[in-house]
Structures are given as C-alpha cells and as structure tokens.
Design a protein around this ligand. Structure first.
Ligand code: NDP
Length: 332
C-alpha cells in the first residue's frame, strides 16, 4: 500500500479535515536519472494555507484531486543515478505521498551529523527565513529592542536567538504560558507577552519595551501587529514575514492604518519571501549550522507520528499546537 493525501476541496475560512482525503496509489516505476524514495519527515507550513485557495500567489495553488506537496526528508530506496545509493537521506520538494520517484538533480543529499528533521527547520526554509529577514531587513544593532510575534514558532524561535546573539533586547509574543516559559528560560528572551491572556497588548508592549521598539519581526499580523507598531521608535524597521492571523479570513480586515505612524517615525516596513535570498542560502545554512554546533542556537520541534496525521497536524498550526517546527514523522 502506498498512500497519498490529496486536496479534496478548497476551504472557505478555516480548513477542516474534510478538505483532505487519503487515497491509495501504485508504487511508481523508476527511470534513469531518478530516485525511488520513502518519506521520513514531512513538513507542514502556514504558507500551505494560501496554496489551498485558487488565488494567485508566489507559489502555485494545490490542485483539487491531486496530492499536496512541500518540504520532505526522505530515504533513497533505489537509485538510478550515480551520485546516490540506497540508504542516502535526501531533502526534496515532494508530494504528500509515502513512496515516490524524484529526479536526482532536484534532490539534495543530506549529512546526518545533525538530526535529519533539522533540514526542514533550523537548517531549512524556516531557519533561512529568520536569518535573512532579520539581518537583511531588520538590520538589528546591539542595544536595540527587537519584538518578535509568533515567537515560539519555527521561524520566530530562530529570530529571537539571532537577535540575542546580536546583542539586542528581545521581546517575544506567543500564545501560551508554556511557550513563553520556554522562550524566557531556555532561549533567554528578555520579556514575553501571552497575547491570549494579555488584555491590552499595546500597553504590555510599552511596559516590555521601555525604550520603544526598533525592530519588529512580524509573523502574525492583525491586532498584535497594530499594537506593536503603535510603540515603534524613529527609524524602526518592520519585517513583514507572515500574517497567519488573517490567513483564514474570508474578507480583508480593516484595522488601524499604520501610515501616519510610519511617516512620523520615518519607519521602514518591508515584506519578503525567503526565496528572494536563494542565491545566498549556502551562506545562511553555514552560519546557522556553525551557531548550532557552537551551542549558540538551540531548537525545538513538535513531531507528530504517522502519515495519516498530516491534515490534522497542518490544521494544528492555526491553533498554536506547535512549539518550534511542526513536522510529521512516518512510522516504520
Ligand atoms: P509557526 O511554527 O510559527 O506556526 C504557526 C504559529 O502561529 C502557531 O503555533 C501559533 O502560535 C501562531 N498563530 C496561529 N494562529 C494565530 C493567530 N490567529 N494569531 C496569532 N498567532 C497565531 O510557523 P512558521 O514559523 O513556519 O511561520 C511563521 C510565519 O512566517 C507564518 O506567518 C508564515 O506564513 C511565515 N513565513 C514566511 C516566509 C516568507 O518567506 N516570508 C517563510 C516561512 C514562513 P501561538 O501559540 O503563539 O499562537
């Protein structure tokens, strides 16, 4: 049996299990230049929500009736390419399918000196998103205050630590006391705010940032960002990384318009997509791996067991079920 997960229908608002279907398919036959691979870890990411809709974006939409796809760490079962042998671990952009073929040139062979799942997290797309977004747009300077929303997630957790390494005061915003305890006690974030229990986030940010906000790394958007932006300093930099709080909205929300504050504070607000920096990914991975090796970075994952849990695990991202990178591991 070779299972795959297909998009059954496009969601309206918050997706549900009914938008996905598990189906069975043949194990594909292998051609020259290809690898037959078995998934080990499959990544679930917030950006997949926009791919479930048919709105035009920077990545193509998933097709109804076809398997979803994304970042996957897999093991080579059989190789018809001289650079790979059975047993190699690879990273690829693959389907949500247990066994599949992949063109060898699109697979990256992985070194197992670190846990293989890290290539979907701190040494993969989320880690690179944190590294380039913070450094290239935020340009943090020692002594400045950096506020991070979605701080206990795959990207946010790395942003908090890099900002600390740069000598900044770091304030993390996350959705539970457990996440905030991890941020404070393990990652040594200076101040934390639980946006679910805090009644006045704007006032909480003012308290946590007595010198104002110099850099805001925005993973969530919405009212949390409105509150942070009302506390920015002159020449603040606002990094628009993600807006998860509005991904399931059926109408575009109208909130406070930030432009008057941006003018008054001569502030910069810039969106980005991590692939803007694809020609520098090597540099990013090298630096992140070095910090990891030196013990300057640490990382947490939420790993759920079993291929069939993929839809539910993905949906968990919108309910804060993860601390650090959310992944599904295949059972043997
Ligand atoms: P996370 O690991 O942070 O997982 C999502 C987290 O978002 C949840 O755990 C939850 O944490 C929080 N969240 C969910 N719903 C809401 C809400 N309504 N309001 C506030 N917080 C919410 O995901 P990633 O680290 O992978 O991604 C973080 C952001 O970065 C996303 O917006 C994503 O789309 C974006 N991104 C952008 C990239 C780019 O190239 N620009 C690349 C990668 C990611 P909590 O318990 O704290 O609520």
């Amino acid at each position: 049996m070779n299972r795959q997960i297909i998009l059954k229908s496009r969601p309206k608002g918050l997706p549900t299990q009914a938008n996905f279907e598990i189906s069975e398919t043949q194990v594909p036959s292998l051609n020259d230049g290809e690898l037959l691979v078995k998934a080990k870890f499959i990544s679930v990411d917030p950006y997949m929500r926009s791919r479930m809709s048919d709105a035009k974006s920077y990545v193509p939409s998933f097709e109804v009736g076809k398997p979803l796809d994304g970042g996957v760490v897999a093991e080579v079962i059989e190789s018809r390419h001289p650079d790979f042998v059975a047993g190699d671990a690879i990273l690829g952009h693959l389907q949500w399918q247990e066994i599949q073929t992949v063109k060898a040139e699109s697979a990256t062979k992985l070194d197992n000196k670190v846990p293989l799942s890290y290539y979907l997290g701190i040494l993969g797309m989320p880690g690179l998103t944190a590294y380039f977004g913070l450094n290239e747009i935020g340009k943090p300077v020692a002594g400045e205050t950096v506020v991070v929303s979605g701080a206990a997630g795959a990207v946010g957790m790395v942003v908090c630590q890099i900002a600390r390494l740069k000598g900044c005061r770091v304030v993390g915003i996350a959705g539970s006391d457990e996440k905030n305890a991890y941020l404070k006690n393990v990652l040594k974030v200076d101040e934390v705010i639980n946006y679910h229990t805090e009644k006045n986030i704007k006032a909480a940010i003012a308290r946590a940032c007595p010198d104002g906000v110099d850099v805001y790394y925005d993973n969530v958007g919405g009212e949390i960002s409105d509150a942070v932006i009302s506390n920015i300093n002159k020449f603040a930099r606002i990094i628009l990384c993600g807006q998860i709080s509005v991904y399931n909205n059926t109408e575009i929300p109208v909130g406070p318009r930030p432009q008057p504050i941006m003018v008054k504070k001569s502030a910069l607000m810039q969106g980005f997509i991590v692939s803007n920096y694809s020609d520098r990914f090597g540099e990013g991975v090298k630096q992140l791996a070095q910090w990891l090796g030196e013990g300057k970075l640490t990382y947490q994952e939420t790993i759920v067991q079993g291929f069939e849990t993929l839809p539910e695990t993905f949906l968990g991202l919108f309910h804060g079920k993860n601390t650090g990178k959310m992944l599904v591991e295949m059972k043997d």
